[in-house]
Design a protein around this ligand. Sequence first.
Ligand code: NAG
Ligand code: NAG
Length: 151
Amino acid sequence: MDGRSVVMVLFCLIGLTCAEKVKFVDCGSVSGKVISVDINPCNSLPCQLQKGKSYSVNVTFISTVESQTSTAVVHGIIAGVPVPFPVPIKDGCNSGIQCPIQKQYTYNYKTELPVKLEYPEINVTVKWELKDDDKKDLFCIMFPVRIVKAV
Ligand SMILES: *[C@@H]1O[C@H](CO)[C@@H](O)[C@H](O)[C@H]1NC(C)=O
Ligand SMILES: *[C@@H]1O[C@H](CO)[C@@H](O)[C@H](O)[C@H]1NC(C)=O
């Protein structure tokens, strides 16, 4: 383990913010290129999302187009079926992105993912898209999570 990992582990142990770089699948980012995906807190993969808690999501990407708008569309894929997943703020321009989006700029899309108490305790693949003016994906990422009991 290098120094940085040791520090991260210590942070996680004492319950401070610790974000895990999430291994994601790119599901067709045509108007951008994803650099990294962070979920916080997430100590191990797949991220265990506790019901009743809220998680911060930070997606870093480079845009390859210009766009006035950006709109998030989120699905949970349960047994192969994509189910729409409500996110509190759909507007990417209100989630850390300074709009209009410019070509070849790096953006951090940052938002909250609330995990409601009524969600079932299942393994689910999250599919997160951010769409540009033409409804094309600035990014499309998929990553697995586990929804677990509130403690
Ligand atoms: C989001 O992640 C990027 C890349 O790891 C990092 O540089 C940036 O500071 C993070 N932004 C926030 C607001 O956490
Ligand atoms: C979710 O996946 C884990 C392995 O990653 C497995 O141990 C667990 O039983 C699964 N839970 C459900 C509800 O399918």
